[in-house]
Design a protein around this ligand. Structure first.
Ligand code: GAP
Length: 462
């Protein structure tokens, strides 16, 4: 059993610094001092996140016959979230420190720092004076409509705390408009919002974050089996994107720690540098959700099985993944510092993000060896144009080619293509029209004819 508390703050610091330096992730509203718990993805972070979401959508919706997609509204009717139990019931226990005025999540004190003495946890310093825990509401609300007055309770709408609820309330519409049969799922990727007491560990616990959720509707007899099947499918997914099985831990959440309506919940956890923490939950939610909405809206949500003539409320298995957490896990997993020794015995550290090519933000770097050589530049630009329609490429002609390789290693670009004097045929006819392709992880180089580049790359990066 791996130790949950093993951490590597130095590694984490390097990762956070690389993310900012190379434009993966910035603090939101940084120019104005930052908005705690909110993050902006820069050019490379946006590409990485998009690759993850596209892959999840492809595997979950496009390549399965039994899962349909939807894209629900973030702003949610208060009655939806009253029925689901979120309004008035979605809270974390919070304690205040009367001395330093800090506010802390009471069930996380062990992992937090005292406001006065950061080497202690809150409550661990002699001057700390913690209150009894009280419920802190995690819901974020707004007022909708031009006619809404400040105290009109009907104008209150909520920023959804999970994408799941719009799936439950649209379940009947999806069922009726698509003539699907049980079991089937509805998948959604989208933003969710929680007023977390202590956002922390970079993007891991944020106040605005993105989820990738599947609500899989089934016959009550199949719920337990499907929960186990979904767990396996989700583990396979992580392996495919570059988060290996041995870095994942499955927590079979014990009775008494699961939501009261859940018959089974697995937490899929990853070995982050700040400890083993949850990436995704796979929960068997029974008919709780459709049940509360059937009652709340007073509209029937039962399913009629034509074959058995049975009428029943479907049960739900929910694999619910955090998109930002998975992006963070991808970066943490990919980050590597490799010691290289040159011919003279001099050591050098190479920083590499070893992303799977499907996830890498940039698929190929394109370099003319000499930027003053017009022919090399012309061919490089031509290659750039032809590849750009298919994948994200980066053209770079500044500095020594070795430095250009290193810059691409640091952002995880799996391949670099160099157009050199051999390409022009200056060292013999047999190499004319070929380029050097350099592979990130092995640093091995090979020559490929320009007209074979696109199929060669497509086979590897999609
Ligand atoms: N519909 C079920 C649900 O929302 P959850 O365990 O609260 O369950 C599911 O959230 C996933 O969403 C988590 O496993 C995590 O990956 C992500 N998530 C939840 N809260 C988050 C936060 N504050 N910041 C980033 N990701 C979060």
């Amino acid at each position: 059993m791996a130790n949950k508390d093993v951490t590597d703050p130095v590694r984490m610091e390097k990762i956070v610094s690389l993310c900012k330096r190379r434009g993966f992730i910035f603090q939101a509203s940084e120019l104005y001092g930052g908005l705690n718990g909110c993050w902006d993805y820069g050019p490379l972070g946006a590409e990485l996140k998009r690759n993850l979401k596209d892959y999840w959508w492809r595997k979950t919706v496009q390549e399965r016959d039994d899962v349909l997609g939807m894209d629900g509204s973030i702003l949610t009717h208060q009655d939806v979230l009253k029925a689901s139990g979120h309004v008035g019931g979605f809270s974390d226990p919070m304690v205040d420190c009367k001395t330093c005025k800090g506010r802390y999540r009471a069930d996380n004190l062990d992992t937090l720092k005292c406001g006065q003495k950061p080497s202690c946890k809150p409550g661990g310093h002699s001057a700390c004076e913690l209150t009894e825990p009280r419920a802190f509401d995690l819901m974020l609300s707004t007022k909708l409509g031009a006619l809404a007055t400040d105290n009109d309770p009907k104008a209150v709408a909520y920023l959804r705390p999970e994408t799941a609820q719009s799936i439950f309330v649209q379940y009947k519409n999806v069922l009726d408009s698509n003539r699907v049969k049980l079991p089937f799922g509805i998948a959604q990727i989208g933003k969710s919002f929680r007023n977390e007491i202590n956002p922390r560990n970079f993007t891991f616990r944020s106040r605005e974050f993105e989820q990738m959720e599947i609500e899989y509707f089934c016959h009550p007899d199949d719920g337990m089996r499907l929960t186990d099947e979904w767990l396996e499918a989700r583990l396979a997914f992580y392996d495919e994107i570059g988060i290996p099985r041995e870095k994942l831990h499955i927590l079979d959440v014990p009775d008494g720690e699961r939501a009261f309506y859940s018959k089974k919940t697995y937490d899929i956890e990853y070995e982050f540098p700040f400890g083993i923490q949850e990436l995704e939950g796979v929960a068997y939610r029974t008919d709780y959700d459709l049940g509360v909405h059937q009652k709340g809206a007073n509209k029937p949500l039962e399913y009629f099985d034509e074959e058995t003539k049975q009428k029943f409320l479907p049960h739900v298995v929910e694999p619910s993944a955090g998109c930002d957490r998975t992006v963070l896990a991808l970066i943490c997993e990919a980050f590597d510092e490799e010691t290289l020794t040159d011919d003279k015995g001099k050591e050098d550290i190479r920083t590499v993000l070893r992303f799977k090519p499907t996830m890498a933000p940039i698929k190929v770097g394109i370099f003319p060896l000499l930027k003053k050589n017009e022919e090399q530049v012309r061919i490089a630009r031509e290659i750039q144009k032809s590849l750009q329609k298919w994948m994200t490429v980066f053209y770079d002609d500044s500095g020594a080619v070795g430095r250009r390789y290193r810059r691409q290693d640091e952002v995880g670009t799996p391949y670099c293509v160099t157009i050199d004097f051999d390409t022009l045929g200056e060292n013999g006819e047999e190499l004319k029209g070929t380029v050097t392709v350099r592979e990130r992880d092995s640093m091995a180089q090979q020559r490929l004819p320009i007209d074979q580049l696109l199929p060669w790359l497509l086979e590897r990066v999609r």
